[in-house]
Design a protein around this ligand. Structure first.
Ligand code: CAO
Length: 454
């Protein structure tokens, strides 16, 4: 008879109230022992929690954004029937497909090696093991493994698996040189280097190339004095994300200028009132309002391409991401339901989120669900730039510094405050004419705010 068990968060050392940043299992999934169920992230480390045994997932009891500690139930698992009662368990169709796809992809188990197989696992309690990994250095756990449960035929740590996934490397292609043939991060790096040196690709050779040749880094000290500085955790995360976006999205950037002379007069006239209401009314609040109107007018800009690239998900909500420059690196918190907020509310939400970002207090939910992003460098300067689309969004607006320019109007030059705009977009979803119309609409909305009422 199959039995249903609750799988709980194991002993995670001194960590409590840790954020769930990934849920890797869903009801109906057939999972194996040691498959990762969730990923947790504390201030300093990430951790994958593997399943202590195999079975079929019944209910998932946590979601992204939850905070968990030891003993919190993660999911319920219908475990395989005991020997002798081997009835096939019903598995949902997608789960069965996923399971078989995973099996096809899974690293083949090595031939049973008596040395490896005879680990004293029988004595160990059936508890999942979890390891904390410093984000700055995934292969050096910052705490000892929480449970030293022996892992039968574990070929790579969760962080090495994740590293391989990020690089698109199939683990079964990599030879492990760690203890008991374990695949280390260095093995994966070496594999990628050898693969590219030989001109082949790291991932499945039947698919399109998933990586690029590495740039050789010389020993700079041979040229002069140097200092090595580690990147912050945020810089590493955002760097990897930006790189992924840059490689996946065919970018085009459309430029335009908006005459914001009247808008700026209005903004100045409203500043005191804004302050009385506790908000600092910057240009960005107006930009968000105008972007929402443009997204409503051109719904393709408020969409995402399906993973297969054969459909669009059109969104009926308007959550706007805003790039914030913090000492730790670039972050893009999201103002939710921007369409339902007035200018003062938008200004207040923007101030609150950018302060939270600068204090390092953003929660995962503050960073999720964006439809369209705005990156404003107007407070600093510059005439134009080409922002990177924050995929899976399909467009991003770059805002540069507004300057007074002579504009030819009715037979004479008149001084007008011109705001440079740069719209980068995913050319798979948006064509050039649409982009030109979108940015024109946006500029006209900023030129005459009454248009936002239409
Ligand atoms: N033209 C002229 N002046 C501008 C302007 C523009 N486009 N944008 C802002 N300003 C002015 C503001 O109005 C403000 O002046 P006042 O005090 O008179 O109101 C001053 O510059 C400072 O603004 P700010 O930058 O502090 O505030 P903001 O609301 O415009 O921007 C935020 C907030 C969080 C977006 C900004 O602080 C920030 O972090 N910008 C950097 C984003 C970034 O790094 N992007 C690159 C990402 S890579 O693609």
């Amino acid at each position: 008879m199959a039995s249903v068990k609750e799988i709980k968060v194991p002993n995670i050392g001194d960590f409590g109230d840790v954020d769930v940043i990934e849920v890797l299992a869903k009801p109906g999934d057939r999972i194996n022992a040691e498959d990762s169920l969730i990923t947790l992230e504390s201030d300093k480390a990430t951790m994958e929690v593997p399943s202590p045994e195999g079975g079929i997932v019944k209910d998932v009891l946590v979601k992204v954004g939850d905070k968990v500690s030891e003993g919190i139930p993660i999911l319920t698992l219908e475990t395989a029937p005991a020997a002798g009662s081997e009835q096939q368990q019903p598995v949902s169709e997608p789960a069965a497909r996923r399971a078989s796809a995973e099996q096809a992809e899974a690293e083949p188990e090595p031939e049973p090696d008596p040395e490896v197989e005879r680990e004293p696992e029988a004595e160990q309690p059936a508890q999942p093991s979890a390891q904390m990994h410093n984000l700055a250095s995934d292969d050096h756990p910052i705490t000892a493994p929480i449970q030293t449960q022996q892992r039968r035929l574990a070929h790579a740590s969760p962080s090495a698996r994740r590293f391989a996934r990020e690089l698109g490397v199939k683990l079964y292609l990599v030879k492990g040189t760690g203890p008991k043939g374990r695949i280390t991060r260095e093995n994966i790096q070496g594999f990628v280097k050898r693969t590219f040196d030989s001109g082949t690709v790291a991932g499945d050779s039947a698919k399109a190339p998933e990586g690029i040749p590495r740039v050789e880094i010389p020993d700079f000290s041979q040229f002069g004095e140097i200092e090595r500085r580690e990147l912050s955790r945020i810089q590493k995360l955002s760097g990897a994300h930006l790189h992924k976006c840059w490689l996946n999205v065919p970018h085009v950037t459309q430029f335009d200028e908006a005459d914001i002379t009247q808008l700026e007069q209005f903004r100045q006239s409203m500043k005191d009132e804004a302050e009385r209401r506790g908000a600092r009314l910057t240009l960005l609040a107006f930009m968000i309002k105008a972007c929402v109107a443009a997204l409503k007018e051109y719904p393709h800009f408020n969409s995402s391409l399906s993973a297969e690239g054969d459909a669009l998900f059109l969104k009926r909500y308007y959550h706007i991401g805003v790039a914030v420059d913090t000492r730790a690196g670039l972050m893009v918190p999201v103002i939710r339901e921007a369409d339902k907020k007035g200018l003062f509310e938008l200004a207040a939400a923007l101030a609150a989120l950018s302060q939270k970002a600068r204090d390092g207090k953003l929660s995962p939910t503050d960073l999720q669900g964006g439809c369209f992003s705005i990156s404003s460098l107007g407070g600093i300067g510059g005439t134009a730039f080409t922002p990177i689309v924050n995929s899976p969004e399909v467009a991003i607006l770059g805002v540069s510094r507004a300057v007074m320019k002579p504009l030819w109007q009715d037979g004479e030059f008149v001084p007008r405050l011109m705001l440079p705009l740069s719209l980068s977009y995913d050319h798979r979803v948006i064509d050039g004419a649409q982009a030109a119309r979108f940015i024109r609409f946006l500029s006209q909305a900023l030129e005459d705010l009454r248009r936002l009422l239409l």
